[in-house]
Ligand binder design. Structure first.
Ligand code: ADP
Ligand code: X2W
Length: 308
């Protein structure tokens, strides 16, 4: 068959849209160059191997495109499964896991020894890039025992930490060395020396603010913040900090720490905080490098009315 001139023409035609895609990314590449992006990968978004591999590709892509990604991971469902195997029943109060001393050992083992190791391994398939640490390392996250107020009373939920300080030194040194830090949400208390279980959304937001990140991106298992959950799946695409603050008291457990985290981040100087659907392959790249922003974006109040 005379395929040579024809295939040459076909190659030119298919190359053009690919080049266009790359060129369209240019303004975003310029805008985000050198900026820190904190990406929280929720346990519920780690649905299957393909998604985890695509997540790792996206993060490595960002790094090679000149951004500075920092990964903070969750692992709620993975912790619950491991506790179940140990015969420990999972209980949540105010959206936080009631964490006994025995449960804390399991939480630490699953987050630092299992989920973090797996993500570091996937990222490092692309080169010697990822380094895992927990909030315990180099005082990255310091916490004190958290006793949330429920129905007007302080409630003891065990080894759950409230962040009191962030030391960004270790993460900044890794970023300066071209590495991708992968952080597990475990903290140590300087008061009693114990380790504490910290909600991963809260940890990601605190790190984003302390690092002066440009973006906080929270990957979860829904499209974003639904306006009237669970009755409708209408996603709120954009919120100012003030608008979000008004909504916070009505949010239920899964979304509450995420949206509180987004508010904390933008009030702490982060330019945008986004909740996006981690079930969509390459959602990170779509969000950062294209117009097709998906999910819910939170911006500081002074951006009210501005196009993003
Ligand atoms: N307003 C809301 N919009 C979207 N999801 C909500 C809302 N309120 C509660 N949720 C719940 O929050 C869940 C996401 O939080 P979570 O289960 O903690 O995920 P992750 O492991 O990603 O942190 C959703 O699957 C949904 O069930
Ligand atoms: C105190 C507390 O609740 N800690 C969480 C930490 C993991 C987490 O936040 O994981 P996701 O992001 O997947 O929900 C927990 O034990 O489940």
């Amino acid at each position: 068959m005379s395929d040579s001139p024809k295939s040459g023409t076909t190659r030119k035609h298919t190359a053009l849209p690919k080049a266009q895609i790359l060129i369209e990314a240019l303004p975003w590449l310029t805008r985000h160059h050198g900026k820190i992006v904190v990406i929280k990968f929720g346990g519920n978004a780690m649905v299957n191997e393909e998604l985890k591999a695509a997540f790792a590709q996206d993060v490595v892509f960002l790094r090679h495109a000149g951004l500075k990604p920092v990964v903070v991971h969750g692992g709620g469902p993975q912790i619950s499964a491991a506790l179940d195997k140990h015969g420990i029943v999972s209980e949540f109060k105010a959206g936080l896991r009631v964490t006994t001393e025995d449960a804390m050992d399991v939480v630490r083992m699953v987050l630092a020894g299992q989920v973090q190791r797996e993500l570091v391994g996937l990222l490092n398939q692309h080169g010697p890039l990822a380094v895992g640490l927990t909030g315990e390392d180099a005082h990255t996250i310091t916490a004190t025992r958290h006793t949330p107020e429920i129905d007007g009373e302080r409630v003891d939920i065990g080894r759950v930490g409230e962040i009191t300080a962030i030391d960004t030194g270790a993460i900044e040194a890794l970023l300066a060395d071209g590495r991708i830090p992968v952080v597990s949400s475990i903290a140590r208390s300087q008061d009693d020396g114990h380790v504490y279980n910290v909600n991963a959304d809260t940890a990601a937001a605190a790190l984003a603010a302390a690092l002066g990140a440009e973006t906080l991106m929270v990957l979860t298992d829904v499209e974003g913040l639904y306006e009237d959950w669970p009755n409708s799946d209408e996603v709120i695409s954009r919120l100012t900090a003030a608008q979000l603050e008004k909504l916070l008291p009505d949010l239920s457990s899964g979304m509450a720490p995420k949206m509180e985290g987004c508010l904390h981040a933008v009030r702490g100087g982060v330019t945008t905080a986004r909740v996006i659907d981690g079930r969509v392959q390459h959602s990170i790249l779509l969000e950062i490098f294209t117009d097709e922003g998906i999910g819910t974006m939170v911006v500081p109040d002074e951006h009210q009315g501005e196009a993003q």
